[in-house]
Design a protein. Structure first.
Lengths: 113, 114
């Protein structure tokens, strides 16, 4: 069974631009969560989608948004990029949101210059 | 607000030794606790998941325990190998239903010395 895939793996953007990251969950998984990892803040929860609906979200500004499609694939968008948005963005999938194990993708490394 | 702490931040041990990594959390009302490893620049690999009703889980040389009442979990690694070198993260899932979140510790960077 294929694991969680994320595209692209690496991105370089300039301040003020916007970016879209993609995540394909493990087949059969309907829950997708996004996390931001930085050396200073560690791993922080961004939001979670289940059955095309945002189920909950972390404490990030409205510039961070996402969506989920009917095939459970998810995209994350960051508008008006800031230098502080440079991070590893990780996506995780699970069967359902509640108590099941989360499986992580390799991440997208975003660098904002 | 759930807070997760991992001590020590870094640990170096000779190959072959048994070792214990610690994780503590402030809110004992958790759904589960998960241990991950992360290699440099890579994503997270799930090692063990312990549901709130369980006391421990084992996989190969790894054993994780959970003491929910005291807000603690340990990851025991037997007969350590150089390939075990990585950062180990624990994460707890907690929060009201419909608002559950996975909160991560800052990790323990483990180095196994050949």
């Amino acid at each position: 069974k294929a694991g969680v895939t994320q595209t692209p793996r690496y991105l370089i953007k300039t301040r003020g631009q916007q970016v879209t990251l993609s995540c394909s969950p493990i087949s059969g998984h309907r829950s997708v969560s996004w996390y931001q990892q930085t050396p200073g803040q560690g791993l922080q929860f961004l939001f979670e989608y289940f059955s095309e609906t945002q189920r909950n979200k972390g404490n990030f500004p409205g510039r961070f948004s996402g969506r989920q499609f009917s095939n459970s694939r998810s995209e994350m968008n960051v508008s008006t990029l800031e230098l502080g948005d440079s991070a590893l963005y990780l996506c995780a999938s699970s069967t359902t949101p509640f108590t099941y194990e989360q499986y992580f993708g390799p991440g997208t490394r975003l660098t904002v210059t | 607000k759930q807070e997760v702490t991992q001590i020590p931040a870094a640990l170096s041990v000779p190959e072959g030794e048994n070792l214990v990594l610690n994780c503590s959390f402030t809110d004992s009302a958790i759904y589960n606790l998960q241990w991950f490893r992360q290699d440099p620049g890579k994503g997270l690999t799930s090692l063990l998941l312990i549901q709130s009703s369980q006391r421990e889980q084992t996989s190969g040389r790894l054993n994780a325990s959970l003491d929910k009442s005291s807000g603690r979990s340990t990851l025991y690694i037997a007969a350590s190998q150089p390939g075990d070198s990585a950062t180990y993260l624990c994460a707890v899932k907690s929060g009201n239903f419909g608002n559950e979140k996975l909160t991560f510790g800052t990790g323990t960077r483990l180095t196994i010395i050949p």
